[in-house]
Design a protein around this ligand. Structure first.
Ligand SMILES: Nc1ncnc2c1ncn2[C@@H]1O[C@H](COP(=O)(O)OP(=O)(O)O)[C@@H](O)[C@H]1O
Ligand SMILES: [Mg+2]
Length: 270
């Protein structure tokens, strides 16, 4: 069964998409069969891998009226072990489409069922809102990973976001766990960045990943060349940061799953 990680933060420009693309790429390089699910109508993740005219079907067709199944829309990329479930601008209409549907928050979770045995890691990129797409991502996931930009007002809006997380845990998805918070776009030369790192650490404690993603122009350039950081600039600090983050995520997931197995074993032997 795949481990499903949603990358979410309702703020835009905090590095969600960059993190989703490069974490997925890092997992794939570690021979994990990886699926990147793009839930953002802006389709930035999708367009990093395919030209627009090659994206015929998207998550939209699966989530609206079950026109297609998930395996039918999944596209292999040119990278080994890495597939993408594409987004299209049509996804923007989904919100309106799902109004009043009792199962609206569960559409992605249900649709993913046939793909869960085909992949080891599923990474979900979400739009910068707390709307139905993000909720679908959080309901389908076992883990939430939150990128936070080291900037002024870094923590603004975090309360709303954490409240949504707790509401999702209370009802539609009690299994959802915060795997961690990662600082992105960090510029160690500025006091501002260092101050916001301190602030974020105070709030999140050991939920904060040790790895900090530095500002690196290669990370910004690579999508335009249809590359991940590992194919575009394998020796860059950006590649190193995302490789370290991937390792840390896998360690945390392994630790949690282990604990889970041990407590299940105790429960059955008791
Ligand atoms: N570590 C980084 N260093 C430099 N540029 C970055 C970094 N992370 C993201 N960016 C750039 O910042 C912008 C916003 O990042 P993005 O990942 O699209 O954020 P989001 O998905 O949260 O809106 C993009 O232009 C992206 O290329
Ligand atoms: Mg994005």
């Amino acid at each position: 069964m795949a481990t499903v990680i949603a990358i979410a933060n309702q703020k835009g420009g905090v590095g969600k998409t960059t993190t989703a693309i490069n974490l997925a790429a890092a997992f794939a390089r570690k021979k994990k069969r990886t699926l990147l699910v793009d839930l953002d109508p802006q389709a930035n993740s999708t367009l990093t891998f395919f030209p627009l005219d090659e994206v015929t079907h998207s998550v939209y067709e699966v989530l609206t009226d079950h026109q297609m199944t998930f395996p039918e829309i999944v596209k292999p990329t040119r990278f080994a072990n890495l597939c993408v479930a594409p987004a299209k601008i049509a996804l923007a209409k989904l919100e309106a489409n799902l109004v009043g549907q009792f199962d609206a928050p569960f559409r992605l979770k249900d649709a993913l069922v046939p793909s869960r045995d085909q992949f080891d890691m599923i990474v979900i990129d979400t739009p910068p809102t707390l709307g139905i797409m993000t909720v679908n991502g959080l309901v389908a996931a076992n883990y939430l990973l939150v990128p936070i930009q080291a900037a002024y007002y870094a923590l603004e809006g975090t309360d709303d976001f954490l409240e949504t997380f707790e509401r999702i845990r209370a009802r539609p998805n009690p299994d959802l766990q915060l795997v961690g918070v990662v600082i992105t776009l960090f510029d160690k030369r500025t006091n501002l960045a260092r101050d916001s790192l301190k602030q974020v650490r105070q709030v999140f404690g050991d939920k904060l990943f040790k790895t900090v993603i530095g500002k690196n122009v290669r990370l910004e350039e690579s999508p335009a060349y249809k590359e991940t950081i590992f194919s575009f600039a394998p020796d860059s600090p950006g590649a190193e940061d995302y490789e370290r983050l991937a390792r840390e995520v896998l360690q945390r997931v392994a630790y949690r799953e282990n604990k889970h197995t041990v407590s299940n074993a105790r429960a059955t032997s008791a």
